[in-house]
Design a protein around this ligand. Structure first.
Ligand SMILES: Cc1cc2nc3c(=O)[nH]c(=O)nc-3n(C[C@H](O)[C@H](O)[C@H](O)COP(=O)(O)OP(=O)(O)OC[C@H]3O[C@@H](n4cnc5c(N)ncnc54)[C@H](O)[C@@H]3O)c2cc1C
Length: 400
């Protein structure tokens, strides 16, 4: 069947879905709210799951040329210097690794591919609603203008989607108290290992991260993503206190970061990312499917969001290819993703407060228990599976 399909959002979920569905011969229209689509944020880790989908899209070489291979995730509690997290991808097998990329790099490879596909990209359309009849569905923008008729809408407009009320069981996004300040800077050749995500924690209220993320089209030098955990409501105070006072606090915890801090010359070099948690029990409605953060958003503590978005895109496109009608395809998509999504959303909800909360007890438990438990052989595999996205049932047919 050849369907008329609207996809909302030019993030990883929307772009990957649009590429795959246009490749299957559907008439795809991709809507983006920005006048010219652009990525927001600095660095993300692509896990073996997300990399498998990019390989299916023929983008393996492009993304590996830009990104940085990550073999290890390492976290240390301060000031005790006690190791809390030490996850090595090689526990899963020699071929497994993460790939840290600048968000712009992931966006560019997907967007370039989408532009070469037989699909329509409509920018500057802020999708606020859909209007559905038995025969078709239309997209409604901020100016109440209708676009379509389509056979199906694929909502990939992220955590802030306005369309969740059209899901079978609508669920509201719960904002999390903690977010993070993020920035991308030149990779400092000294002091850090270029294949490790390195983190430092003080209690659960402070977390600092250094992630090598490679290059993207606009930047010749390798980059590093640097992040500082903060309550979103404290951003004003952070601005008032001034950069120098903040840099002193960071240096007191992790002196080696001076090679990155020296590059931060204005508060605007660090952008605030806020997080929310929401899982749609049934990620579809009548003629509408929800993918990526629109279906399941959470804090990025486990680093799975973009990878899950890519898995969703692959699963939905396979369901539409294999099922004889739209509603069966939507049910099949939801069933295929159910357990993987639920497992990671639950794990993220349970683990995030150990790293981002005001709880002293959780920080003490983390510092005392996580490392010894993770050294048990079975636990090592579970933790590696959790970090790599490979716990739970992965979509059938995808070679990870
Ligand atoms: C600081 C931070 C670090 C992260 N680190 C990682 C990591 O290491 N690994 C990982 O896998 N994930 C990570 N994530 C999560 C990851 O970024 C998201 O899960 C992922 O981007 C979700 O992809 P998406 O396509 O569903 O949504 P998004 O990337 O949010 O894309 C949504 C798109 O829809 C567009 N849009 C929004 N509203 C509308 C509208 N009304 N009309 C039309 N278009 C609209 C947006 O402009 C955007 O282009 C991180 C997130 C943050 C904030």
């Amino acid at each position: 069947m050849s369907l008329r399909i609207a996809v909302t959002g030019c993030g990883p979920a929307g772009l990957a879905t649009a590429i795959m569905l246009s490749g299957q011969g559907h008439q795809v229209t991709l809507f983006e709210r920005f006048a010219s689509p652009r990525p927001i944020g600095s660095g993300i880790i692509l896990q073996p799951t997300g990399l498998a989908v990019l390989r299916e899209l023929g983008l393996n070489d492009e993304i590996h040329t830009l990104g940085r291979r990550i073999d290890r995730i390492h976290g240390v509690s301060m000031p005790s210097h006690r190791q809390v997290l030490n996850v090595d991808y090689s526990v899963l097998g020699d071929d497994y690794h993460g790939l840290a990329v600048h968000r712009a790099a992931l966006f560019d490879v997907l967007y370039d591919k989408a532009q070469g596909c037989d699909l329509t990209i409509l920018n500057n359309v802020d999708v606020q609603d859909v209007a559905c009849s038995d025969q078709a569905i239309a997209v409604v923008d901020r100016n109440h203008e209708r676009h379509g008729a389509f056979d199906i809408v694929v909502d990939a407009s992220g955590a802030g989607t306005r369309l969740r009320s059209h899901a079978v069981h609508p669920t509201r996004l719960r904002e999390l108290a903690y977010g993070a300040l993020w920035g991308a800077f030149d990779w400092p050749d000294a002091n850090f290992d270029s294949s490790t995500l390195e983190q430092r924690y003080v209690g659960a209220h402070t977390m600092i991260g250094v992630l090598p993320i490679g290059r993207h089209a606009g930047i010749a030098n390798d980059q590093v993503a640097f992040f500082w955990s903060i309550k979103t409501r404290d951003q004003e105070r952070w601005l008032r206190d001034g950069l120098e006072s903040w840099k002193s606090s960071v240096m007191a915890i992790w002196p080696e970061t001076h090679v990155i801090l020296d590059q931060i010359t204005a508060a605007s070099d660090m952008a605030l990312a806020s997080y929310g948690h929401c899982t749609l029990r049934t990620p579809f409605g009548h003629r509408i499917a929800f993918l990526g953060d629109a279906a399941h958003s959470t804090s990025p503590q486990l680093g799975q969001g973009a990878n899950m978005a890519l898995l969703d895109a692959w699963t939905l496109s396979k369901a539409l290819e294999q099922c004889k009608d739209v509603q069966t395809a939507l049910t099949t998509y939801a069933a295929s993703r159910r357990w993987h999504v639920r497992a990671f959303q639950a794990a993220s909800l349970a683990l995030t407060p150990f790293y981002q909360s005001d709880s002293r007890v959780l920080a003490l438990l983390r510092d005392g228990l996580f490392d010894p438990v993770a050294k048990l052989p079975i636990a090592r595999r579970i933790v590696a599976g959790l970090i790599s996205g490979m716990l739970g049932r992965l979509p059938r047919g995808l070679r990870v």
